[in-house]
Ligand binder design. Structure first.
Ligand SMILES: O=C(CO)[C@H](O)[C@H](O)COP(=O)(O)O
Length: 218
């Protein structure tokens, strides 16, 4: 089975967790694209979606799924998103697709975060995947110097501007043994919008696509 088939199986398994007549939060990325396709086959289940990126909004709309403004939604049950890495505590690194800030916002409003991944995303300790940090452009050099003080090696993601008009700094070389503290410490640097550690808002349910089927972890 290919990695993409494992992603698709995890994405399709998420449909069983969508309550009828609900609003669903939708993440960003190739795994989520499979979820959006599955949602399009199950439109009768939902009133609409709240989206975490222009990319997902375009795909949702193209498939006839109404996209609602988060400011007009006070609460909703389920947020479905992928991850770049996930550890056994269900903390994640996200932001490979540069959508981390809107993802964190939509995830904060949702009751339940369902993470859909293929098994290659499971790690014992976060940090092999470079940690994305969304930064106000004029602060990029300052934030990079501060990230070096935290033990990382920062690289500006060339040619990428986020949906919010900011830049992404990818940080290599961090062994993230205390995700809760590092998430907070990086977010405390002036000029950082947010970083891709999702520890304060971890996943509630993880659907892992493996070669032998989809596992559910809680
Ligand atoms: O955080 C994300 C986007 O900002 C994605 O969830 C993450 O990059 C995983 O992507 P994919 O499903 O394509 O492997």
């Amino acid at each position: 089975m290919t990695q993409d088939e494992m992603k698709r199986n995890a994405a399709r398994a998420a449909i069983a967790f969508i309550p009828e007549n609900s609003i669903v939060g939708v993440g960003t990325g190739s795994t989520v694209n499979h979820f959006i396709d599955a949602l399009a086959d199950n439109k009768h289940l939902i009133k609409g979606a709240v989206s975490s990126s222009e990319q997902s909004t375009a795909r949702l709309k193209a498939l006839g799924i109404p996209v609602l403004d988060l400011n007009h939604v006070t609460s909703f049950n389920v947020y479905v998103d992928g991850a770049d890495e996930i550890n056994p505590q269900r903390h994640m690194i996200k932001g490979g697709g540069a959508a981390l800030t809107r993802e964190k916002i939509v995830a904060a409003v949702a009751d339940t975060f369902i993470c859909i991944v293929d098994s290659t995303k499971q790690v014992p300790v976060l940090g092999q995947f470079p940690l994305p940090v969304e930064v106000i452009p004029m602060a990029a050099a300052y934030v990079s110097r501060e990230l070096v003080k935290l033990g990382g090696t920062p690289f500006l993601r060339e040619g990428v501007i986020t949906d919010n008009g900011n830049v992404i700094i990818d940080v290599k070389g961090l062994s993230i043994t205390d995700p809760l503290t590092l998430e907070q410490n990086i977010n405390n640097i002036v000029g950082v919008v947010t970083n891709g550690i999702f520890a304060h808002r971890s996943a509630d349910i993880v659907l892992v696509g493996t070669a032998s089927g989809t596992q559910t972890l809680r």
